[in-house]
Design a protein around this ligand. Structure first.
Ligand SMILES: *[C@@H]1O[C@H](CO)[C@@H](O)[C@H](O)[C@H]1NC(C)=O
Ligand SMILES: *[C@@H]1O[C@H](CO)[C@@H](O)[C@H](O)[C@H]1NC(C)=O
Ligand SMILES: *[C@@H]1O[C@H](CO)[C@@H](O)[C@H](O)[C@H]1NC(C)=O
Ligand SMILES: *[C@@H]1O[C@H](CO)[C@@H](O)[C@H](O)[C@H]1NC(C)=O
Ligand SMILES: *[C@@H]1O[C@H](CO)[C@@H](O)[C@H](O)[C@H]1NC(C)=O
Ligand SMILES: *[C@@H]1O[C@H](CO)[C@@H](O)[C@H](O)[C@H]1NC(C)=O
Ligand SMILES: *[C@@H]1O[C@H](CO)[C@@H](O)[C@H](O)[C@H]1NC(C)=O
Ligand SMILES: *[C@@H]1O[C@H](CO)[C@@H](O)[C@H](O)[C@H]1NC(C)=O
Length: 511
C-alpha cells in the first residue's frame, strides 16, 4: 500500500509536472532548477490523508512540514530510483543500490533531506565498494523499514551505532564487512546473535563480546603488568648485569657481583690464578670477550673503608701509562670488592729472571727503567698510592717485553717510605735473582743482611751468575746495588726520593 502511495506522488509529479522519462539532467541540476508546482502542497496533503504514516506527514508546530524539502526529496528519489536500476520507477521503488560507483554513492549520501523523508517503499539499501571514508552513515537509518543494509567494501570508520541498528525491526541482512570500524564495548550481545560473524568480516567490529572483554582485560591488566615486568627486568639488568645494556647507557668501569660471577664461572677453582690471605686473583672473560684479571679483596671492611676503596679504584682507573697495566673497572659490592684489570699474556719478572733470556744486564736495566717510569708516573698522578711492587707483580708482556706493573695495593693508605723500600728490594732482586723467603720470619731483614755482608767488596757472591758482566757493567751493577741498599735503609735515613731514584736509574741506563 505504501508503495502505491509513494508512486501516487511520483505519478502525480510526472503527470502534472515532469514526466520521469524527461528528467534527463543530473540530479544536482534538477535540484537547482526545479521548483515545486503550485498544487504540490495539495498533492502531499492528499497523500497524507490517505496514509498519515508517510514519513513527511508530521505537520506539527515543533517540526512543521517543509514543502521545499519534501519536493527536493522527491526529485532525488526519482533519480535515485533510476540510478539504482529499479525495474519500473513509476510503479515501485524497493531498493537503493549504488555499488562500485564512489562518486554517485557519496553524492546521494549527502542529501540529508532525502533520507529524512526516506520513501517507505525502500526495503533494501546497498552501498557496496564505494571507498566511502566517513563515519557510519547514520542518515540511512531513517529508512526504518529496511530489510537489507549492505555497506561492505568501504572505508567507514568510527563506532557502529548498534543501538539504532537494533531498533530496525525488519532488518534481517546486515553486511558491514571490509570496513574500518572501531572495536566497541558492545554490550548488546543480542545484536550479534541476530547477525552472525559473516556480517562483520574484517569490519573492525569485534563480534564476540567475550573476545572483546578479553582484549579489554589484556589492555587494562596484562599490558600494565607487562610494563611493570619490563621495568623490573630493566631495573634488574641495570643493577645486576649492566654489561647487557648498550655501551652508551652504562658506566663501563662499574662491575657488579653478578657480572664478575659470570666472568669467572662463579669464581670457580679453574679460574683461580693465585690466592693469598688478602687477595684472590682470577682470570675471567667479560661479556664482550675481553680477558680480565680480577683481584678479589677478601678482607671484610667497614663502610668507610669501602668508600675509600671506591675512590682509590676511581683514581687507578684514570691511570694510563705504558708501564702500568690498564684498569678496566672495579666492583664495590657489599659482599665483593674487586679490581678488574686487563689480562696480560706474559711471564712475571720473577720467573723471567730464572730463565736464560735474562742473562743480559742491559735487558734487566731496561726492565728497571720501565718500572721506575711507571712508579714515578703513579706517584705523580696519585701521591697517596701504595704499590705492591715485587718481581712477581711485574709482568713482561709477550708482545714487546715492556714491563707492566700489574698489582696495586688498593685500600692500604699511603706510605712513600714503604714504596721506596719495595723498589729497593725489587732492584736488588733484579741483580741477585734472589728474593726473601716469605716462609721465614723476618725474611726481608735477613735477605738485606745477607747482601750487606758482601757489600761492597765481595759482591761477586751475590750478583746473579747468569749475567756475564764486563768491567763497565760491573761498575753499573755495583752502583745499582748501592741504590738498592739506600732504598732499603731502615730506619729510612739514607732513603733517596723518587726523583733521585729516577735520575740515578736514567744515568745508569744512558751510559
Ligand atoms: C535512467 O537510467 C538510464 C540508464 O540506466 C539512463 O539512460 C537514463 O537517462 C536515466 N533517466 C533519468 C531520468 O535519469
Ligand atoms: C512523526 O513524529 C513523531 C514524533 O515527532 C514520530 O514518533 C513519528 O514516528 C513520526 N511519523 C513518521 C511517519 O515519521
Ligand atoms: C501543516 O499545518 C499547518 C497548520 O498547522 C497548515 O497551514 C499547513 O497547510 C499544513 N501543511 C501541510 C502540507 O499539510
Ligand atoms: C570495486 O570497484 C572496483 C572499480 O571501482 C572494481 O575493480 C573492483 O572489482 C570492485 N570490487 C568488488 C569487491 O566489487
Ligand atoms: C516491517 O514489516 C512489516 C511487514 O512487512 C510491516 O508491517 C512493518 O510496518 C514493517 N516495519 C517498519 C518499521 O516498517
Ligand atoms: C540513535 O539512537 C540514539 C539513542 O538510542 C539517538 O539519540 C540517536 O538520535 C539515534 N540516531 C539515529 C541516526 O537514529
Ligand atoms: C549467517 O547468516 C546468514 C543469513 O543472514 C546465513 O545465510 C549464513 O548461513 C549464516 N552463517 C553462519 C556461519 O551461521
Ligand atoms: C557480506 O559480504 C561479504 C563479502 O561480499 C560476504 O563474504 C559475506 O557473506 C556477506 N555477509 C552477509 C551476511 O551477507
Amino acid at each position: 500500500m505504501a508503495s502505491s502511495l509513494f508512486f501516487f506522488l511520483l505519478t502525480s509529479l510526472s503527470s502534472h509536472f515532469l514526466p520521469l522519462s524527461i528528467l534527463s539532467a543530473t540530479v544536482v541540476e534538477d535540484l537547482a532548477n526545479l521548483t515545486p508546482p503550485p498544487d504540490f502542497s495539495t498533492t502531499i496533503t492528499t497523500n497524507c490523508l490517505r496514509d498519515p504514516l508517510l514519513r513527511y506527514c508530521n505537520n506539527t508546530s515543533s517540526s512543521p512540514m517543509d514543502i521545499v524539502e519534501i519536493f527536493r526529496s522527491t526529485i532525488v528519489a526519482s533519480h535515485l530510483c533510476n540510478e539504482s536500476k529499479n525495474p519500473n520507477c513509476v510503479e515501485s521503488f524497493p531498493k537503493i543500490r549504488i555499488n562500485s560507483r564512489p562518486k554517485t554513492a557519496a553524492l546521494y549520501l549527502s542529501f540529508d533531506f532525502f533520507w529524512k523523508y526516506c520513501p517507505l517503499t525502500v526495503v533494501e539499501i546497498e552501498l557496496v565498494n564505494n571507498s566511502l571514508k566517513t563515519g557510519f552513515p547514520t542518515n540511512v537509518l531513517s529508512c526504518a523499514q529496511i530489510r537489507t543494509l549492505d555497506l561492505s567494501y568501504n572505508q567507514f570508520s568510527g563506532f557502529v551505532p548498534v543501538q539504532n541498528l537494533s531498533k530496525l525491526p525488519n532488518l534481517t541482512r546486515l553486511n558491514l564487512s571490509y570496513n574500518r570500524f572501531s572495536e566497541d564495548k558492545i554490550s548488546d550481545s543480542g545484536f550479534f546473535k541476530r547477525f552472525n560473524a559473516s556480517s562483520f568480516i574484517q569490519s573492525g567490529v569485534l563480534t564476540n563480546v567475550k573476545r572483546y572483554k578479553m582484549k579489554v582485560l589484556v589492555l587494562l591488566i596484562v599490558f600494565p603488568l607487562m610494563v611493570i615486568l619490563l621495568c623490573f627486568c630493566f631495573g634488574w639488568i641495570c643493577l645486576k648485569r649492566p654489561d647487557y645494556l648498550p655501551r652508551t647507557c652504562r658506566r663501563s668501569n662499574k662491575f657488579t657481583s653478578a657480572m664478575l660471577d659470570a666472568a669467572t664461572d662463579e669464581f670457580s677453582d679453574q679460574k683461580l690464578v693465585s690466592k693469598t690471605n688478602r687477595v684472590d686473583i682470577y682470570r675471567g672473560t667479560l661479556r664482550d670477550g675481553t680477558e680480565a684479571k680480577i683481584e678479589v679483596y677478601t678482607e671484610k671492611v667497614s663502610r668507610e673503608k669501602r668508600r675509600e676503596f671506591a675512590e682509590e679504584c676511581e683514581a687507578v682507573f684514570k691511570l694510563r701509562q705504558k708501564n702500568l697495566v690498564r684498569v678496566l673497572g672495579w666492583c664495590n659490592g657489599r659482599n665483593l670488592r674487586a679490581l678488574v684489570t686487563e689480562w696480560i699474556n706474559g711471564e712475571n719478572v720473577g720467573t723471567w729472571l730464572s730463565s736464560s733470556s735474562a742473562s743480559s744486564w742491559r735487558r734487566r736495566l731496561r726492565v728497571v727503567m720501565g718500572v721506575v717510569e711507571g712508579i714515578c708516573y703513579l706517584s705523580e698522578q696519585w701521591p697517596e698510592i701504595t704499590f705492591d711492587l715485587s718481581t712477581s707483580g711485574v709482568l713482561l708482556s709477550d708482545e714487546d717485553q715492556e714491563p707492566l706493573i700489574s698489582q696495586f695495593k688498593i685500600g692500604d693508605g699511603n706510605n712513600s717510605s714503604t714504596n721506596i723500600f719495595k723498589f729497593g728490594l725489587f732492584l736488588l732482586e733484579m741483580i741477585t735473582n734472589l728474593r726473601p723467603d716469605e716462609e721465614q720470619e723476618d725474611s726481608e731483614r735477613r735477605y738485606l743482611e745477607y747482601i750487606r755482608v758482601h757489600y761492597p767488596d765481595n759482591l761477586g757472591r751475590v750478583i746473579d751468575e747468569k749475567m756475564k758482566l764486563e768491567d763497565r757493567s760491573m761498575e753499573q751493577v755495583k752502583q745499582a746495588i748501592t741504590l738498592g741498599l739506600m732504598c732499603t735503609d731502615k730506619p729510612p735515613l739514607k732513603q733517596p726520593s723518587l726523583t733521585q731514584i729516577y735520575d740515578m736509574v736514567v744515568s745508569l741506563y744512558d751510559h
